[in-house]
Structures are given as C-alpha cells and as structure tokens.
Design a protein. Structure first.
Length: 130
C-alpha cells in the first residue's frame, strides 16, 4: 500500500509536538499467498483495510519523537493480523523542519512475526530426516 496520508502530532521539536503535520505511510505486507491463490477467497489473505486502520491508530495515538519509533509501532500493530508474516513500513514526514529544503524525511523498518515456541524451525531440528 502506498501513500497513506495522515496529519498527526509526532516529532522532536516542541513545535512538532503541539501541531499536526502531514505524514505519508507505505506498507509492504509479506504473506503466504499459497492458499489465497488457490481459493481466491478474501479470508485467506491479509486484510488490507485492517492494516490501514492499524497504521492510522498508531499515527493518531500518543506522540512519538522519532520516525524510527513510529514506523516500528506501525509495523507491530499491522502484525496484529495473524496472516501477515512480516511488514516493511516507511513513514515519511512531508514537511520536515530542516535548514535546507527537502521533499521529506523518512524511516523504513521491517518487523517480523516471532516464530512460535517449539515450531520446529530451529537449525538443529532434524525431525522427518532419515
């Protein structure tokens, strides 16, 4: 998903922490699409609307100083959909308070679902091996 826009209150400077400013968010969801490709059923893939709502909840929530912290929180919220294995989040501040003109500043983070305990995915797992 590209270009989700929201006005929110985040930043380091005092002026940023008291007045909304424009942000833009991109979300890359990583899902196992095997079942969805076979069934063509919406229930077998990630819920894009839920991912957008999760991002909006974080963006409209408590103020954060750093874009990195904000992007990580968005990623963690998107992982609330159990069908999402990982997500890459880009949060752009569209009017950053810098001395020189730039179109945006951004942070990109990737969050992955932690493996389930005893899921058999460990390097020393030889189950099923001869």
């Amino acid at each position: 998903m590209r270009g989700l826009r929201v006005d929110a209150v985040h930043g380091v400077l005092d002026t940023e922490r008291h007045r909304p400013q424009p942000f833009e968010i991109d979300l890359d969801l990583y899902v196992d699409a095997t079942r969805a490709a076979r069934t063509d059923a919406l229930d077998d893939t990630a819920d894009y609307d839920a991912a957008v709502e999760a991002a909006m909840t974080v963006m409209r929530g408590p103020s954060r100083a750093l874009l990195e912290s904000l992007a990580a929180a968005v990623g963690d919220a998107v992982l609330g959909d159990g069908r999402v294995d990982a997500v890459t989040v880009v949060v752009r501040k569209l009017r950053p308070p810098l001395l020189h003109p730039v179109s945006s500043t951004a942070a990109r983070v990737t969050r992955r679902r932690a493996p389930a305990p005893n899921d058999g995915a460990g390097a020393d797992d030889h189950s099923g091996s001869p």
